[in-house]
Design a protein around this ligand. Structure first.
Ligand code: ZN
Ligand code: ZN
Length: 251
């Protein structure tokens, strides 16, 4: 079975019109069939999308989704990537997906939705922790996720931190994450429309990705077909271009 490869962004790559974070109605909190998602992406002129439904180790429909996606991408002759968004379940960076599907998933995102502990599915309460402790847990869990090298994208890497904390995520921690992603050749989701980063952090993250040659992933995190492609492609492009010029000036 042919596997499609994600088209991540880099300093020299200007093929921007992708949306690599889309949920379909395989998820209870999302609307739109896989076919409706494809139709919406084609109507918007996107060159490629990934459907990245939330999954759990207990999820039973993954094989159906894979078959449906393969059938529909042949029917529509489109670049639909078979994806999943799997949550980190413990401090070791293990993700919540049945391991037999790891081979078939073309774009596997690992995501922090809760602050993990050493025990599976036991979470820390963010309210009782200082922002520096939360930043540390986010960094360490993300580094462990990256070093396992099971996923090919870290979804919204700082979303969990910025949901609750206004102080800036430590720059050196961000650099640690980018360097690790560079070593393992894992992409970072530098823009997620549901979890936009503060402007300065967004810019810094892209600059670090360009400096360390980390592939960049962007997505709307659409939960309905009408949200697919809701990204400010021009701003993302401009920021990558400016980071690339900065890098050229440094050399
Ligand atoms: Zn998420
Ligand atoms: Zn998502």
């Amino acid at each position: 079975m042919t596997k499609l490869k994600p088209h991540f962004l880099s300093a020299n790559d200007h093929e921007m019109l992708v949306d690599y974070h889309v949920h379909s109605n395989y998820n209870d909190d999302a609307q739109g069939t896989v076919e409706e998602c494809i139709q919406a992406s084609l109507a918007k002129g996107l060159t490629s999308i990934a459907i990245t439904n939330h999954v759990w180790k207990t999820t039973k429909w993954i094989a159906n989704f894979i078959n449906e996606a393969r059938y529909l991408r042949t029917k529509y002759k489109c670049n639909l990537l078979i994806g999943s968004e799997a949550k980190i379940i413990n401090m070791n960076g293990e993700v919540d997906i049945p391991s037999q599907y790891l081979e078939d998933i073309e774009l596997l995102m690992g995501a922090l939705h809760h602050l993990p502990t050493n025990d599976d599915y036991v979470w820390l309460r963010s309210e009782s922790l200082s922002s520096s402790k939360v930043a540390e847990v986010v960094r360490d869990a993300t580094l462990n996720l990256i070093s396992r090298n099971e996923v090919n994208v870290v979804a919204h890497p700082l979303a969990l931190y910025y949901q609750k904390h206004a102080t800036s995520f430590p720059v050196e921690f961000l650099e640690d994450i980018v360097k690790a992603a560079s070593m393992e050749k894992i992409a970072l989701e530098v823009h997620n429309s549901k979890h936009p980063l503060p402007k300065e952090v967004f810019r810094r993250l892209i600059h670090l990705c360009v400096r360390y040659e980390v592939p960049m992933c962007i997505g709307s995190d659409a939960h309905s077909p009408s949200e697919i492609g809701n990204l400010n492609y021009a701003t993302i492009q401009r920021t990558i271009d400016s980071a690339s010029r900065g890098k050229a000036d440094d050399q």
